[in-house]
Design a protein around this ligand. Structure first.
Ligand code: GLA
Length: 398
C-alpha cells in the first residue's frame, strides 16, 4: 500500500521541493453494468485503495510525471500532441489537455494501490487524481461534476474508450461506508449505507482485462443500433434508458439477435439496479444477492462480456454458504468479481474462494474485503490511519 509520507519524501529526493498530496480511489460496481453509456442507473462504491499524486508547480509549462509502478519519468511539453499514444501518460496528457487554460506546468509523482487492468477503474483514479492536483496547483475552484466530465472526455479522446461517467463520478464523490445510486442521465445521486452485517469481497481473477481492445466500443455501437431500431417505432427513445422490455419485444422482428440480447441486458439491468437499491434499503439481502446473480447471468449470456475465469470465480463463490450473490464487476473480459457475503462468514468464504479458484484455474487470485472509501481529496496527515499503507494483505499494485 502507498505510504503518503514516504511518497512525499521520494518526491523531495526526485524533484527537490515539498509536494502537495492528492488521492482518488478506484471502485467496484455493485450492480448496473454497461448501463452508464445508456443513460441508465449504476451502483458503485469507492474502494479504500487509491491512486496517489505528489505534485508541485513548475515555473515553465511542462508537466514532468514519474510513475513509481512503471519506473518511468516522462516530460509532457506539448499537451496537444496527437491523442492516443497507448502509454500510461495518455491519461495525464488527456486530463491536462481537456482542462485547457491551466497556467504553468507541474512535477508529479504517481503511485497506486489500485491494481491496473483489474476492472477496478485504475484509469479513472489516475485521471481524477491528476485533474484535481492540476486544478489545485493552479488555484482554480474545483467543481467535481466538471472534473468527472473532463476526465471522461480525456478517456474518450486520449485513451480511445468511449466510456460512461460512472468511474469518474465515484472517484469524485465516493463516501465512506456507502454505495452510490447514480442516475447517469441527470447525475442525481443517492447514498445507500452498506449494512455492517454485509461484506463485499473483491475477487481478482488475475486475468487482465483489455477494455481498449475494441469490445467495449463494439457494445456501445450495438446499443446505439438498438436505439435506432426502437426509435423508429417509439419516437421518444433517445437511449436504452427510455425503453421497456415490452417495447424491445415489439421490435423483435427488426432486430438482429445480437442487438436484441445487448438491449435486453441493458433494459433489464436498469430495472435490477432500482430493485437492488430497494432491497438494500429494506435489508433484504437475499433479494439483493439474487439481483446480483441475475446481473452476472445477463452479462455472461446476453452482453457477452464475461470470460471463463470470471464465470469460474462466480460459480465458486455461489457454491459457498453465506454468500448472497456474486458477479463480475466493471467492464469485463477479465478483472474482478464481487461476492456479497454475510459478515460472520467472510474469512472462511474468502479462504475457500482462494483455494478453490486456484485449484480450478491454476491462478492464484487476490481476494479481499472491501470497505467503501472516500472520493478524491487533497491528503492531510490526519488521514494517515485510513489510507496509509498497513492494512493486511495488499494486492498486486502494478
Ligand atoms: C468501464 C467504463 C464504465 C462502465 C463500465 C461497465 O468501467 O469505464 O464507464 O461502462 O466499464 O459498466
Amino acid at each position: 500500500m502507498v505510504d503518503p509520507e514516504d511518497l512525499a519524501r521520494e518526491f523531495e529526493r526526485e524533484f527537490g521541493r515539498t509536494p502537495r498530496l492528492y488521492r482518488a480511489p478506484g471502485r467496484v460496481n455493485l450492480i448496473g453494468e454497461h448501463t452508464d453509456y445508456n443513460d441508465g442507473f449504476v451502483m458503485p462504491m469507492a474502494l479504500d485503495r487509491s491512486t496517489w499524486v505528489a505534485a508541485a508547480p513548475r515555473s515553465d509549462d511542462t508537466i514532468v510525471v514519474r510513475s513509481r509502478e512503471y519506473h518511468e519519468t516522462i516530460a509532457i511539453d506539448d499537451r496537444t500532441e496527437p491523442a492516443q499514444q497507448h502509454h500510461w501518460t495518455d491519461y495525464v496528457r488527456g486530463v491536462a489537455a481537456v482542462l485547457a487554460g491551466l497556467p504553468g506546468g507541474a512535477d508529479m509523482l504517481i503511485a497506486s494501490d489500485v491494481p491496473i487492468g483489474a476492472g477496478l477503474s485504475s484509469s479513472a483514479a489516475l485521471e481524477v487524481a491528476c485533474g484535481y492536483a492540476l486544478l489545485d496547483l493552479a488555484n482554480r475552484p474545483i467543481n467535481l461534476i466538471e472534473l468527472a466530465r473532463a476526465c471522461q472526455r480525456a478517456e474518450h479522446e486520449y485513451a480511445g474508450t468511449r466510456c460512461g461517467v460512472m468511474d469518474q463520478m465515484i472517484a469524485c464523490f465516493g463516501r465512506e461506508g456507502q454505495a452510490l445510486m447514480l442516475d447517469t442521465r441527470t447525475l442525481e445521486r443517492r447514498w445507500l449505507p452498506l449494512p455492517p452485517t454485509l461484506r463485499i469481497l473483491v475477487c481478482n481473477t488475475m486475468v487482465k482485462h483489455q477494455l481498449a481492445s475494441g469490445e467495449y466500443n463494439a457494445r456501445l455501437a450495438d446499443c446505439e443500433a438498438g436505439v435506432r431500431i426502437l426509435a423508429r417505432c417509439f419516437p421518444g427513445t433517445r437511449s436504452l434508458r427510455d425503453a421497456t422490455l415490452a417495447q424491445l419485444d415489439a421490435v423483435r422482428g427488426e432486430s438482429p439477435d445480437q442487438i436484441h440480447r445487448r438491449c435486453r441486458h441493458v433494459i433489464a439491468e436498469n430495472a435490477r439496479v432500482e430493485a437492488a437499491a430497494r432491497a438494500l434499503s429494506d435489508a433484504d439481502f437475499e433479494a439483493f444477492g439474487g439481483l446480483i446473480d441475475d446481473s452476472h447471468r445477463s452479462l455472461r449470456d446476453d452482453y457477452e462480456v464475461s470470460c471463463a475465469e470470471l464465470d469460474a470465480m462466480v460459480a465458486i463463490a455461489r457454491g459457498l454458504g453465506c454468500v448472497y450473490g456474486a458477479r463480475m464487476t466493471g467492464g469485463g473480459f477479465g478483472g474482478c468479481a464481487i461476492a456479497v457475503v454475510d459478515a460472520s462468514a467472510v474469512d472462511r468464504v474468502s479462504r475457500q474462494i482462494e483455494e478453490r479458484y486456484e485449484f480450478a484455474t491454476g491462478l492464484r487470485p487476490d481476494v479481499w474485503v472491501c470497505s467503501a472509501g472516500e472520493g478524491v481529496a487533497a491528503w492531510r496527515p490526519a488521514e494517515a490511519l485510513h489510507y496509509g499503507g498497513h492494512r493486511g494483505r495488499g494486492g498486486q499494485t502494478l
